[in-house]
Design a protein around this ligand. Sequence first.
Ligand SMILES: Cc1cc2nc3c(=O)[nH]c(=O)nc-3n(C[C@H](O)[C@H](O)[C@H](O)COP(=O)(O)OP(=O)(O)OC[C@H]3O[C@@H](n4cnc5c(N)ncnc54)[C@H](O)[C@@H]3O)c2cc1C
Length: 694
Amino acid sequence: MKPIRVVIIGGGFAAVQFAKTLRKKLRPTECEILLFNRENHMVFHPLLADVAGASINVDAASAPLRQMLPGVGCRTERVQRIDPDSSEIEFDDGNGRLSRLRYDHVVIACGAESNVGIIPGMTEHAFAFKVMRDAIDLRQHIVHQLEYAEAASDRNRRCWHLSFVIVGAGFSGVEVAGEVNELVRSSTRFYRNFGKEDVRVTMVHSQNQILPEVAPALREFARKRMEKAGINIMLNTRAVAATNEGVELADGHMLTGGTIVCTIGTTTSPIIQALDVPKERGRIRTTPEMRIEGQTNAWAIGDCAYIINAVDNKPSPTTGQFAERQGRQAALNLVRIFKDEAVQPFRFKALGQLCSIGGYQAVAEMFGMRVSGFLAWFLWRGVYLFKLPTWSRRVKVALDWAWDVLFPRDLSFLNTDATQRLTHAYFRPGDLIQRQGESARFFSIIEEGEVEILKATAQDQEPRTVAILGQGDFFGEAALLGNRPHETTIRARTAVRLRQVGSGLFSQIAGKWGPLRDVLAKAVLRRSSDFWNRAPLIKTLLEGEPLAPFLDPLRPEPIHKDSTFADAMHALKEDPIGELVVLDETERLWGTLDRHDLYQIFARIAVVPADKREAVTQRRLSEFLAGNPLCVTLEDSALAAFATMLDRPISWLPVVQSKDDPRPVGYIRRERIIDHMIEKISSTQPQHVRAAAN
Ligand SMILES: Cc1cc2nc3c(=O)[nH]c(=O)nc-3n(C[C@H](O)[C@H](O)[C@H](O)COP(=O)(O)OP(=O)(O)OC[C@H]3O[C@@H](n4cnc5c(N)ncnc54)[C@H](O)[C@@H]3O)c2cc1C
């Protein structure tokens, strides 16, 4: 008889235990087991902090699945979709093709994903702490910071490199803070320009206690020990944003530092989000025996599943300990089904908790006993040592650990060229992104938000706004191409997200790709200070002119983003000029629509079958348009508005009350400003011509 096929998605604590147990209970002739995991190894998450802190090697915190699971077909492919109706999975075969595979039973054990994006700027500036890559990158980055600090001539900058902010004080936050602190402080003796007193490690936590999961006495022990080791713990403190400078707190205080680690925020994997089955806060709801509700041959276990524990009738916590037990008990239930026996509900009484706090110290609660200090740390390492798959690996790891106790931590790093990187950056309103006179390091593309270009001249006390850039615009090209310092300052007007290309990478792309080179050359010509020298008349005529006299009223009436596309067409038809402002639910500017946009949308609708077009026009406007339009405020000058329109090039812009109050108050049109200049020239021509000539 053909063996039944069990497909497991995931290769973490839950999946590995499931595969191991099933293989022990059923022979390969009875059951084929295929395990799909994105990586070819299992990660021991509790040891990730040690990898980041350079106290263990990477191989101590990971184990190759093939060696752990003899008799199981291990596949290093990412599953893209699960189709419970046809009992098939779809996966990327590594060559860009999607393959399908039928299963008799599927076990979903793909854990959780980190979601640092819940705090603005964390995606761009913080290290997440979930996968092996995060730990390796963090370790490299920390050692880099030590080298930068050694080289820094400015004391403030040195302190910034030596300041580390860890957001969250659950298990992973505490473990990573302890390890980072230990690595940095124990390494200061190898550097000449700074000492332990210059190091600042801060843990920020929104609750009134760290490690809420462990007993109060152990929690208190951990807090005191960590503070004694030099870690600054900020409780009842919420991080609200991250930037290149550090972490902004809810009270407005800025915690500066060159390293941010965000240990909070998780989400479910995209394949689970796309799966149409009952869920609870994103996790898959299961029956007591761990089958997905409403399914007979699909199971869910581990962090991605919402499983009620029969011991206390509460949902299982998302820990490795529970994931392992669920894996084992679900496999036994599957065997019971094959043997026509009754299935058992998930039932597990937690054995205890172990958490390392750095400096060879830990807190542990095992079988009702509480241990803290070095003994707990020894226990903690011993437990994970015996979870490793083979004796050869255990001996190797044990030797590594013994080495770490006796000798200093490894401070070597791979020197990756920062100028070759493509990175993201987040800035809060008012933050300076580049400064006039600074050397150029990045070419920046605006993904979200608006910036203003400021320029100070010898006569100006304060730099003045000369133009505004929005989504899709770029800056930094002139200084990079001309190999000279920035001639303008760029400041964020709203919250801004940038894609930044390092100077080395930029030179390679701009040098080799003709079309980009042309676009950049034109932009440099338009924006360079020479522009104003070559067009001094414009500057003379518009200098100091406020925007208000150029304002056109909002006509036709603004439309809301939830209106239908048909409503928008109707409104534009009525209007001879054909420009429309789109508002959000709070009457703030959300978008703009003109005849050109309308044409673009028509082009999209034209490909829809004729009988469906009417329905498409009834869809909401927000489905067709991108929000966040470029706009100017009543506080901006006519010169800045004109330069902004010339830069894109566009012929009109919506005007809002102010940066903090984005309610639209009218339009500004390029023609009106040009008419004004012509009028001025014709009335006082000789004087202006003389001024321009000077
Ligand atoms: C830093 C840190 C420290 C921790 N410390 C502890 C601790 O001390 N004690 C404790 O009990 N718990 C701890 N945990 C929690 C514990 O690690 C998790 O609860 C546990 O890993 C969950 O196991 P899992 O099998 O459900 O998922 P995971 O172990 O996360 O494994 C999921 C696997 O699925 C794979 N995958 C996901 N999507 C796909 C796809 N589409 N196709 C193929 N493969 C896919 C992933 O690559 C991953 O290998 C810690 C977690 C972290 C992040």
